[in-house]
Design a protein around this ligand. Structure first.
Ligand code: SF4
Length: 139
């Protein structure tokens, strides 16, 4: 997975999509989008950051502070690829599709279900599994 993420970083930094550092892309309700992740990515994220410390709502990623991501290491593909730069949209979608296919192959090889769903759902399940709420991360 780290190899896939490194390749993503190379492609993104090579294209340099515009980022205004508004942080709006991680405030999903405000921005009007949902950011998805596979289960394999969520497992990697959990191994780096553990479960969220507080409740996870529907609107904002709990790892965003002062408009910045505090969990950059191991963050999912969608966090790495999404930019609000309209000039990047098509290329970002293409990159996402290509890398999701590779993550799918990797997941299959590791026997991990695809589990592609909103990242906040993964975070809620992690928190629940750690004793912080309802649901089950392991199921
Ligand atoms: S992990 Fe970081 S980049 Fe991803 S949604 Fe949360 S704050 Fe944004």
């Amino acid at each position: 997975m780290e190899e896939i993420y490194a390749e993503v970083e190379r492609e993104v930094s090579g294209a340099s999509p515009r980022c205004d550092r508004s942080g709006a892309c991680c405030r999903f309700g405000e921005y009007g989008h949902r950011l998805y992740a596979t289960r394999a990515e969520a497992l990697l994220f959990a191994s780096r950051h553990g479960a969220p410390q507080g409740p996870v709502g529907e609107e904002t990623c709990p790892y965003q502070r002062d408009n910045l991501c505090t969990a950059r290491e191991g963050r999912p593909l969608s966090c790495r690829v999404f930019y609000c730069d309209p000039g990047w949209k098509e290329r970002g979608e293409d990159l996402t599709e290509r890398m999701l296919r590779r993550i799918g192959v990797l997941s299959e090889r590791l026997g991990i279900e695809r589990g592609y769903r909103p990242f906040l759902e993964h975070l809620r399940a992690m928190r629940a599994d750690s004793g912080g709420g309802a649901g089950s991360w392991q199921s």
